[in-house]
Design a protein around this ligand. Structure first.
Ligand code: PLP
Length: 400
């Protein structure tokens, strides 16, 4: 009997993704009062929000009346907030952005969802680079599009431009890139992004269509050793940028980010109109109060030294034991090659040592584990190394 329940949404709802599975296990352990384990599952930013955030919340309470603070905002967000962000992009990247080129959203998730809704039609294909943030698949399939995974270069996890070219066909509408990357911590080189842009331009010409590059940048400011994340919009004219304050300001629960459409994007005004429409239809608008806060705090940042110190402890410790891990250049994840090819079995065996990490099936790149070091203190990270040593010893090192 047809019961009207959307089977795809139901599948998303009941799907036990590895991230959810591990999170549910560790949450239940915590609820039962256990603390003696290492939870590497969640990318919840633990470094406190910069003091300016709470100070401006207090200040704002006295500045605005109830309606201006808690009432509806325009669908694309307060103009003053968009102007402050545009000015900041112009200062830092010479972006030539206006407030009207921006739409405020509920985090990067909202920005990605609105962009995919606005720029695809059912049946089109969206290319993602593996390993990829697993939620992309949902954001794509929700609009009846096909998620097409394309591997990055083995070992470095940089963009394989030829492989992306091979995956492009008449149905391709978009490629999603994420740098600094979740889960590998890689920063895509500017040269590779430019080469990708050149290729997309040529393929667009050949197929007589616009292929968009959706640049997902929630970790843009979380970079180490003075590394610079390339300005992706400068590498290809048809780039739409999705940004979030979840990580750079540790505001994940406030749900605030934006979509930026540079003036160079083909049919710029119509793209923005479609995004405005998506914003109405999908309603990924963010709250009024937090928009006022962002207006005042666009230059604020969490101290990334804390993440950098954690990265040193866990990366150095694991490589000394012998684990195969790529040193993260940004974000706060470590991508570790499992000691056996079955990543789920390896993750399960690690729990015997009280280590909880996410196996890589959902990231489209088997044989790995993702460790988030954002929610584990330096002290606890150092303590985890003896557990990782036990795990290593139990296998006698790599079996493959
Ligand atoms: N994109 C990537 C690569 C992420 O890692 C995340 C969150 O972890 C998101 C998007 C969604 O971020 P937000 O909290 O801003 O919606």
């Amino acid at each position: 009997m047809a019961d009207g329940i959307n089977s795809l949404m139901r599948e998303f709802g009941i799907d036990k993704s590895p991230i959810r599975e591990v999170m549910e296990t560790t949450m239940s352990l915590k609820q039962q009062g256990y603390t003696d384990f290492w939870d590497f599952s969640i990318g919840n930013p633990e470094v406190p929000t910069p003091p300016e955030i709470n100070e401006s919340i207090r200040e704002i309470l006295d500045v605005y009346n109830s309606v201006d603070l808690h009432g509806y905002t325009p669908n694309d967000g307060w103009e003053a907030t968009r102007r402050a962000i545009a000015d900041d992009l112009n200062d830092r990247f010479d972006a030539n952005a206006d407030a009207s080129d921006l739409i405020l959203t509920a985090g990067a998730a909202g920005a990605l969802t609105s962009s995919i809704a606005a720029l695809t039609t059912p049946g089109e294909e969206v290319i993602v680079l593996t390993p990829y943030f697993p939620e992309y698949r949902l954001y794509i399939q929700a609009w009846s599009c096909r998620c097409v995974p394309v591997p990055t270069i083995a070992g470095t996890f940089q963009i394989d431009v030829d492989a992306v070219r091979d995956a492009i066909g008449p149905r391709t509408r978009m490629v999603i890139v994420n740098t600094p990357n979740n889960p590998t911590g890689a920063i895509y080189s500017e040269a590779s992004l430019r080469a990708l842009g050149d290729m997309l331009r040529a393929e667009g010409k050949r197929l007589d269509k616009t292929i968009y590059l959706l640049s997902d940048e929630p970790y843009r400011e979380i970079v180490y050793d003075g590394a610079k994340n390339p300005w992706v919009c400068g590498c290809y004219e048809n780039t739409i940028m999705c940004y979030s304050y979840s990580k750079s300001l540790s505001l994940a629960g406030e749900r605030v980010g934006y979509v930026y459409v540079p003036k160079a994007v083909h049919r710029h005004d119509e793209v923005l109109e479609a995004l405005h429409g998506a914003q109405r239809a999908v309603n990924t608008i963010t709250g009024s109060l937090i928009q006022r806060v962002i207006e005042r705090c666009v230059k604020a940042r969490v101290p990334i030294e804390e993440y950098a110190a954690r990265r040193e402890i866990i990366y150095n410790g694991l490589t000394e034991i012998g684990y195969d891990v790529v040193k993260p250049e940004g974000a706060f994840y470590l991508w570790l090659r499992a000691l056996e090819p079955d990543d789920a079995a390896f993750a399960e065996r690690a729990t015997k040592e009280r280590i909880y990490m996410v196996y890589s099936g959902d990231f489209g790149c088997p044989g790995y584990e993702r460790l988030s070091y954002s929610s584990v203190s330096r002290e606890r990270l150092a303590e985890s190394l003896s557990a990782f040593q036990n795990l290593w010893d139990s296998y006698g090192g790599y079996t493959w």
